[in-house]
Design a protein around this ligand. Sequence first.
Ligand code: FES
Ligand SMILES: [Fe+2]
Length: 321
Amino acid sequence: MNYADIAQSWYPLATSQSLKPGTSVQVEAFGRRLVLFRTRQRQLGLMQRNCVHMGGDLSQGAVTDTGIRCPIHSWEFSTTGQITGNARSDTGKAKSPCQTAIVCQEANGVIHGYFGDSPAFDLPTAPTPVLTSSVYTSDVPMRYDIPTIFGFDTEHFETVHKRGVDSLTVYQNHKVHLGARVHASVNGRRFGDRIMRALGMRSIELDTDFWAANILFGQHRQTNTFVFISGMPVSEHLTRVYASVMQERPSGGVVKQLIGRLRFAMARPVIRAFISQDENALSGVRFDPESPYILYDSAIYQWLDHYKTLPRLSDWRAEEK
Ligand code: FES
Ligand SMILES: [Fe+2]
């Protein structure tokens, strides 16, 4: 796979739950062999897997209170790749070797690494204390940027999701961000659609924020439900999708809290069903942004113009390992 044209961004590597303190996992990302670990003091580290000294496999070593220790000669590295213990410097040649580290961040139940120059944005999160669902992952046969492209395709709301778009306003507040506020009516005949209408939700108001080309943060404004989706290219036409759902943490008396928890329990399957409509429809899509046949709405043009300006991995001057 040629990674040069991939946008610089945070890319999901593992769920928070899968990485306990004091453990590590092997990660392959953009042709790099990496190790992701969580120290016993809970800091995250992501670095080149083979030790800078003589190539030991750090993922076979021990994760310590504040770093990771190579299994071969016990050099120990901090989460930023600095040597913190046991380096022999008596030859004078290897005084301050440093393991190449990549910045990582945890949000919405998922751990991401930033592939690119220094991070252009923080991962989006909900503004209030929230309940976070378990993370749903799936491998979808599509390019990693297809969900963002189709996020601005109003016609698919109608055909795939059975939502009539009443209005869509595109807004931009950052060079790698484009968002849209959508008002849509719930037209479908699916069970979930009927339930929504029965509950009086005939129209929905949605904010969808797209970051770089692989991150979506959505907010269903009526229920203050948030959805976070990020995608990792496994190969050119295969993407590992991570999705989680957040809702404001219920407060108040026992009954209020119980209703809040129940509402939260209902949100995840509804959103998962919505996402799987996209997964089914977008599986196997081959999209050509230069095609002369992209004829319909202006939103998709705005996205494509914006998309062309995103910094790419080919502009990233990081040392290749
Ligand atoms: S190979 Fe890692 S310390 Fe020597
Ligand atoms: Fe969709």
